[in-house]
Every structure is written in C-alpha cells, then in structure tokens.
Design a binder for this molecule. Structure first.
Ligand code: ATP
Length: 198
C-alpha cells in the first residue's frame, strides 16, 4: 500500500485538501492530532518526557501540562529539538500501528503532517504532496479561523521550512490560491496514485 505524505505551511489548506481525499475513500492519518493524543497515551513517550522535563510535565490525573512544556521550549531551540526527538518517533510508531487496520482494498493512505519535511517523516512516504498558497492569503485565512494576530502567525511560519524549500522537496504540488479549483487537482492526483499502485 502506498503511503503519501501531505503537507503545507500554516493556512495553506492541507487539512481541507486531506478532507477531500477522505471524501473519495482514502484514509488520512492526521499526524498533528495524533501527536497530541499520544502525549497522554504512549507510555514510552510519557516516560521520556518526564525524564527530560521532570514530573511537572504531567498533572497528577495524567493530563499534559502544556503550559509548563511550552514555557520551557518556547524560546529554547535545544529543548524544542529534545522534545521533538521524543515525539516524532512516537508519531511514526502511531502511524505504523494505524496503517495495520487497512487491507489491500485501500489503494493508498495519506499522512497529513505540518512538519512532514522538517521531521524527516517524508522519507518514510512513497510520494509527497505540498499544498501551497501565497503568504498573505494564508495569514488572512488563519487570522479568520483562529482569531489570532498576524505576528503570531508569522512566528509560527518562521519555525517551518520555507514554502520554496518544501516545493523543491515535494513530488506533487496542489495550488490552493483560490485561482484554481482544488477538487480537480485532488482527482488528478488520485488517478496518478491509483496508476502508481498497479
Ligand atoms: P494549519 O497548518 O494552520 O493547521 P492548514 O494548512 O491545515 O492550516 P486549513 O485548516 O485546511 O489549513 O485551512 C485554513 C483555513 O483556510 C480554514 O479555515 C479553511 O476553511 C480555509 N481555506 C482553506 N482552503 C480554502 C479555499 N480554497 N478557499 C477558502 N478558504 C479556504
């Protein structure tokens, strides 16, 4: 079964595009959502986080003390790298586990991840899709969706690889700049992946 990675910078529409693939029957693994879940379910990860960041990383009821972790990694690149080195392999494990539920009736699956390239996760995918849109359009979308200020979006954008870099790394591009419809682009790629699978 083919594994297709899909990514895009903040506000590009990677989730919107992934939902379209879901509509035509393709299972999608949402890595960022999975990362949140495994922080409180993956015993190996929990032990690793406690060892690296102390028992304060979790409340007594087992929920994650996000504020505490954020306060440590926010302005400290090294500690953030340390956290990622724990979380990324755990997400890979979760994906490998998730994919076992599908048999050959599914031609391919998608792995949607904001940090597909940054986390090296793309190396475990057969093909990759990059969803693109101009920065100003992405900012406008996220300001509307999350009710946050421009500076906060720019900070998040700065923590990711640039669009240009990701475009070079990706096998396929979906342009979500509102000048081209995305449904035909999704259907075209779907046909491509079906043919690759045969
Ligand atoms: P993030 O990385 O921030 O999670 P994302 O890349 O997953 O973002 P989406 O959540 O899919 O992006 O899209 C961002 C916002 O833009 C959403 O509110 C979505 O409904 C809207 N949006 C996406 N594509 C379009 C489009 N073609 N036309 C209008 N709105 C769109």
């Amino acid at each position: 079964m083919l594994k297709i990675g899909i990514t895009g910078n903040i506000g590009s529409g990677k989730t919107t595009v992934s939902k379209l693939f879901e509509l035509i029957g393709i299972p999608v693994f949402y890595a960022d959502e999975a990362a949140k879940n495994i922080m409180v379910t993956d015993e190996v990860l929990i032990a690793g986080v406690k060892q690296a960041f102390g028992n304060n990383a979790y409340f007594d009821d087992g929920t994650l003390n996000r504020k505490y972790i954020a306060s440590i990694v926010f302005n400290d690149e090294l500690r953030l790298t340390e956290l990622n080195a724990l979380v990324h392999p755990a997400v890979f494990r979760a994906f490998d586990n998730w994919i076992t539920q599908f048999d050959n009736s599914v031609p391919y699956v998608l792995k949607e991840a904001a940090v597909l390239f940054e986390s090296s996760s793309y190396k475990m995918c057969d093909k990759t899709i990059m969803v693109t849109a101009p920065l100003e359009m992405r900012i406008r979308r996220v300001m509307k969706r999350d009710n946050i200020i421009r500076d906060e979006i720019l900070k998040r954008e700065a923590r990711q690889f640039t669009e240009e870099k990701k475009i070079q790394l990706a096998d396929y591009i979906i342009k979500n700049d509102e000048s081209e419809l995305i449904i035909p682009q999704v259907l075209k790629l779907h046909q491509e992946f079906l043919s690759l699978n045969h």
